[in-house]
Every structure is written in C-alpha cells, then in structure tokens.
Design a protein around this ligand. Structure first.
Ligand code: ZN
Ligand code: ZN
Length: 352
C-alpha cells in the first residue's frame, strides 16, 4: 500500500470514528460571531438606532442574515457602517411578518436579488402561499362563467407575495436547512398575535446550541424547549424575548426558567426583551450576560462573549436607556395599549 493510500484510509477511518451518532454538531469557526445590525439601543456611534431587529450570524462557515430591521434606509446605513457585504450571504431568515423585522428586505433584494430567503409559511401571508384548489366547494350546476376559473381551477392555487420574484422558501414546520442549522417554526397563541408563525434559528455547535430569536411571539420558553430537543446544552440566546410590557412576576418566572430549568449558559438579549427584563437577566446571569446593543459583535466559539461590557456595569447605560424608551413607546406589541384603553373604558362605564 502506498503511503498516500494509507493516509487516505486512515483519514477516512478517523472520519467514520468521529461521525456523530445522532445529531450533527457543526464546527465552530474561529471567526464565528453575531453582529447586531438593528436595534433601539447601543453604544456604537456609527450605527443608527431604531425599533426593530437584524443580525448577521456568521457560524458554521455560513453567513446568515437574520431579519432586516424596521426601515430600509436605516438598515442600509447600518449595513454600510459595519462594512457588511450583503452580496455574500448564504441565506436570509425573516423571522415573522412584523414590519420591524422585514422592512429592510427590499434593500437586501436591491443588492442581492436571488438570495434564498426562509420565511414562515402562513395562509395568504405576505411572503406568498399556495393551496390545493380542492379546498373550495364546487357546484357543477352553475354556468361556467359563474364558476371560479370557468370550472377548471389549477390543481394548486398560488397566492402572491409583496416581493414578487424573490427566492422565498416557506417553512411550515421545524426544518434543518443545512447540517446543524435548524429553523424552529412555532405559532403564537398570545392575544394580538394569535396564529402568527415565527422562525427562530438554532445552530448546534460543539459548545451547544446558539439560538437567535426575532420577537419570540410564540414564547421564549417554548422556543428554547424546542431548541433543547436538538441539544439540551443551550450555549447562547440572542435577540428579542418579547417581554417589553410584561409584569415583574411574569419576567421573574421566565428568567428563572431560562437560568434554572434550561440552564442557558449565556444570554444576549435585545430588541423587544424590555428594560425590566434586561435588568432581571443581568442580575440572574451576571458575567454570562452579554451586552448586545446595535453595532456589537458577539464572538462565538469556545471563548464566547461580547468584546465589551461583559459582566460589568448595568445592562444598559443612561443614554442607551433614554433612546430605547423613546423607541419602545412606539410599539404596542400585544395590543397592550388598546387593551388598557378598553379596560379604562369598561371601568368608567361600570362606574357610571
Ligand atoms: Zn413582532
Ligand atoms: Zn419586533
């Protein structure tokens, strides 16, 4: 046997021996990181702050754009400020159909019109959808000009998207889209967002799951629970937990569950997580709380963490807090203000 063949066989055997039995954990590249491109707080003077979320996730040799922010021009400016090349993306994930996550998509398409975009599949949704024409009842006694499609409908009826021609792949259920990279598909049951479908990105690295969430409308605990079925070791959660208007007891319960039940190792909350939740997570996670304001790059891999402000100081400083408050006041995520107004109305009615 030549040395060349020998070393080939040895290599092949090593690969077989190392092959994981169940799930694939993808290699953590040294340059693996998450860069926050859009949020309403941050300390990077070159970045504009606005309500919404977007992050560039560089992991497992892939460049993934997760969400696209709230305003096309602000998104474009932040992308340029960070020197992010949107023509070099493996794919885009749009977590859900709220404007503060998808308004920058038109900018992405202007520079990279054919990029693959994963989005939730919703009936008659903005990302497009389809249904078998058998869904509607037929009546053959009608003249053909009173019948849909003259009585001969296509087998599958296609419904349009707001971004015609874009390369959407609609995700209906939790799907591993690349080795070790899974899109978790869950549906919200919360008032105001009932039936809204949301995708979260779970990457199974050798250090555990790196989980990126958009707004967590289906519930952050439900999303983490789903991620834990891939690998119970949760290395990091970044993104919006949607507790922006939650009360202290609800926040405390979720923080305890993330820390004690799911044993989440690091937490990098942003967007609609909410100020009291930033504070509560900071208290609970201490040095494992990773500051993730707009413009921050979070290093992943074995020595994971923010390049700055890890484990010291408050969750947000004074300036951060003021801007975040101003922008958050525009949001009525659960129809909270609407419900409060209703309650006030009911109370004043019953007082009459
Ligand atoms: Zn949302
Ligand atoms: Zn949002």
């Amino acid at each position: 046997m030549t040395p060349c063949v020998k070393s080939f066989l040895a290599g092949a055997l090593a690969v077989v021996a190392l092959a994981p039995a169940v799930r694939i954990a993808v290699a953590a590249e040294p340059q693996s990181r998450i860069t926050i491109l859009y949020d309403a707080f941050g300390n990077d003077a070159s970045m504009k702050k606005d309500w919404g979320f977007s992050a560039l996730v560089e992991i497992a040799g892939k460049r993934i754009l997760f969400d696209t922010g709230d305003n096309r021009d602000i998104f474009a400016a932040n992308v340029k400020a960070k020197g992010v090349d949107l023509t070099k993306l493996d794919f885009v994930v749009v977590s859900h159909r709220h404007g503060d996550h998808m308004a920058g998509l038109s900018y992405v398409l202007s520079v990279n019109p054919n990029v693959k975009i994963y989005a939730p599949k919703e009936a008659f949704g903005i990302f497009g959808s389809s249904l078998p024409s058998s869904f509607y009842r037929k009546d053959g006694s009608l003249p053909s000009d009173m019948r849909y499609y003259d009585g001969t409908p296509p087998e599958v009826m296609q419904f349009g998207t707001a971004w015609q021609g874009a390369n959407f792949e609609l995700i209906d259920k939790t799907t591993e889209v690349a080795p070790g990279i899974t899109l978790i598909a869950l549906v919200s049951d919360a008032p105001g967002t009932k039936e809204l479908k949301e995708l979260s990105l779970a990457v199974n690295t050798p250090e555990g799951i790196v989980l990126v969430v958009g707004c967590s409308h289906p519930g952050i605990e439900k999303i983490v629970e789903a991620a834990a079925t891939i690998n119970p070791k949760i290395r990091l959660i970044a993104g919006g937990f949607h507790l922006v208007a939650a009360q202290d007891d609800a926040i405390a319960k979720i923080v305890a569950s993330l820390k004690n039940t799911f044993k989440v190792e690091n937490i990098a909350p942003g967007h609609c997580t909410g100020e009291p939740t930033f504070a509560a997570l900071k208290r609970a996670f201490g040095s494992s709380y990773v500051y993730a304001g707009v413009g921050t790059s979070l290093a992943l891999g074995p020595n994971m963490g923010g390049v700055e402000r890890r484990g010291e100081g408050p969750a947000l400083d004074e300036d951060d807090m003021t801007t975040y408050r101003k922008l958050a006041s525009r949001e009525d995520p659960f129809g909270v203000r609407a419900r409060r107004a209703q309650t006030r109305l009911a109370t004043s009615e019953s007082a009459k």
